[in-house]
Ligand binder design. Structure first.
Ligand SMILES: [Zn+2]
Length: 46
């Protein structure tokens, strides 16, 4: 039985775990994670 390959599209950033719909979305998040979440885990200000 294959175990949820879809769930492999995830990343941990600032002690939070994020899930993505695709490898591309995950890599885009990692490449610009500062724009999504501040280093302390709070929401971005813009
Ligand atoms: Zn996506």
């Amino acid at each position: 039985m294959e175990v949820g390959e879809r769930l492999t599209f995830r990343a941990t950033f600032a002690a939070h775990e994020y899930f993505f719909c695709s490898k591309e979305c995950r890599e885009q998040f990692i490449a610009s994670s500062e724009e999504y979440v501040a280093p302390d885990g709070t929401a971005p200000r813009r």
